[in-house]
Design a protein around this ligand. Structure first.
Ligand code: ZN
Length: 223
């Protein structure tokens, strides 16, 4: 990829809409989202040098080291489909990994363009996620507050009356997930804030506004 192509880090808790926003960035700017899991699997199946190392480590039941992940990322960044820039998802997870990533990018005359933190209102998020339920028969989704069926307990789509809730969609679990996210991400946010590349986006806002804001971030730095 070209040295002035954007390198974005997308940070956000589960439910903040990371997938949606990555897709908008791909559509609007031709960026490619790289998730650590996908890159690892691809490198292993392609049998690259780093992929072979990763395979051996995983078969031994161990975690893939940062060095191996960075080697796989380096290989991936040299492929032509990411020429217009990348969005990293799932890496870095720690400030140590962020520093290692900076080192890798510097070797290529690059740096992180922006670390985009999708900011959510925790309690609103708890309400959004914890009220969800689906029709067991057809899978139609409902919500206690935002989307009730026309007749209580009866599916609009298929007339089914068996509604199910996922055990991990309750308020307590969602709060725990958010707490863990904040604890894990705080050092990373501080790291990128210190580098002057942190961008906070209100992820509770409407999609069109978010899209404009993302455009300003990417367009403002890659031109
Ligand atoms: Zn149904």
């Amino acid at each position: 990829m070209a040295s002035n192509s954007p390198v974005l880090i997308l940070l956000g808790p589960p439910g903040a809409g990371k997938g949606t926003q990555a897709r908008m960035l791909e559509e609007d700017f031709g960026l490619v989202q790289l998730s650590t899991g996908d890159m690892l699997r691809a490198a292993v199946s392609a049998g690259t040098e780093a992929g072979k190392k990763a395979k051996a480590v995983m078969e031994a039941g161990q975690l893939v080291s940062d060095d191996i992940v960075l080697a796989i990322l380096k290989d991936r960044m040299s492929q032509p489909d990411v020429a217009k820039g990348i969005i990293l998802d799932g890496f870095p997870r720690t400030d140590g990994q962020a520093a290692a990533l900076d080192g890798l990018l510097a070797g290529n005359g690059q740096k992180v363009t922006a670390a985009i933190s999708l900011e959510v209102d925790d309690e609103a998020m708890v309400g959004r996620v914890s009220g969800r339920y689906t029709c067991a028969k057809c899978g139609e989704g409902y919500h206690d507050e935002f989307k009730l069926p026309a007749v209580s307990g009866v599916c609009d789509k298929c007339g089914g009356t068996d509604m199910k809730r996922r055990a991990d969609d309750n308020a307590e679990t969602v709060r725990e997930r958010l707490k863990a996210y904040h604890a894990q991400t705080a050092p990373l946010i501080a790291y990128y804030d210190g580098k002057g590349v942190l961008q906070r986006i209100d992820a509770m806002g409407n999609i069109a506004d978010i899209r404009v804001k993302l455009g300003t971030i990417v367009g403002g730095v890659s031109a």
